[in-house]
Design a protein. Sequence first.
Length: 399
Amino acid sequence: MPLKLSLLLAGVAVLIQPCFAAASTPETICRYLVSDGKRTKIPGGYLKKDEQKDQQIYFRFRPNIDNWSVAVVDIRDKESKLQLMVRLQQPCKITQARQAVYDKAGKLLSLQTLGPDLVTVTAEDVVNPAVPNVYQAAEKKKPLLAIADTGVNYLLPEIQPHIARTANGNLLGYDFWDMDERPFDSDPRQNPYYPFHHGTTVFSVLAAEAPGEAIAVYRFPAINMCRYKELINHAVNAGVRVMNISMGSNNIDDWTCFATAAQNSPSVLFVVSAGNNGRNIDEHPVYPAALSLDNLVVVSSSDHFGRPGAASNTGSQHVDIFVPAEQVSVTDHRGVRTTTGGTSYAAPRVAALAVRYLRVNPDADTQQIISFLQKRAISGQGNISAFGWIPDPTDDFGF
């Protein structure tokens, strides 16, 4: 009996007949590994082409090709679409396998984890599912808070009540990476078979520390960072006043369009993470934290005594505030409650504090919010921050 895949479409579970790539057996993978034939050298390994199956097969070896202990076989079609990834140990023992599942139109539906037989499905992760319909409260407050990150897992019941909605009940936000209305938590850049998930955990901190707020959700435009202009305009038009951005890079060119758009949107306070490189970003910048913008607040992570975390970035010019964030309770992409830490989770603690203040003081402008945050901080951290340390950002003192 053919396998059918259950996906959530428009809030309703439906069955879809999936399409799989040409099946590979463990024996086929082992033959690929030892067979001769034309090879094209690539970093860490080589590429072979199977003309009969229209496949490109990438082989990567660790620690090196001549004396490997781990090999990764990555099978793609002729257009480089994912098909199958297998991780092996010597001589040819399958330890991990991941298969891509498509619909008949060629759209990626899910990623399946396979057993060593390359047949048994042991787990399945949907990709870019429809946003489910959820109950809408009769009384709605204008959304003031947004997150720009890798997206959010809006399928989780514990996440759904905190997502901002439009008047007709649709999710308020957008996916400026895929340019669709499904900002699902996924960053496939490092490993498309095992996408990185970050936004859901950050969102869960915002939801926990600003529990009365509905949060607009944006998936950041990784493949075209100049789309940040559209993202920020969308948020401004929705009424957003505080945006959390827990991310960064070493390349200022990644953030020049963001800088211009943020500067042209003075009504929005951008709360960004300082980064986890363990360095002074006044001397060795990380962006957007090191941008000089009047409506930017940069947050780093401390322990409960105000001491910087081991990897927390510092800088008296470009880091404004430290808050305790080395051990933060979060909900991860799977819906599992866990503990994590770092500057990515310090920023939402301050963003939540800012929006709670703004809810009590709705006429406050961006500079007044920043002034409040500065007054809440205990100075005396020397050359590691501009404002100082806020021991408890969940305290509403000073409102």
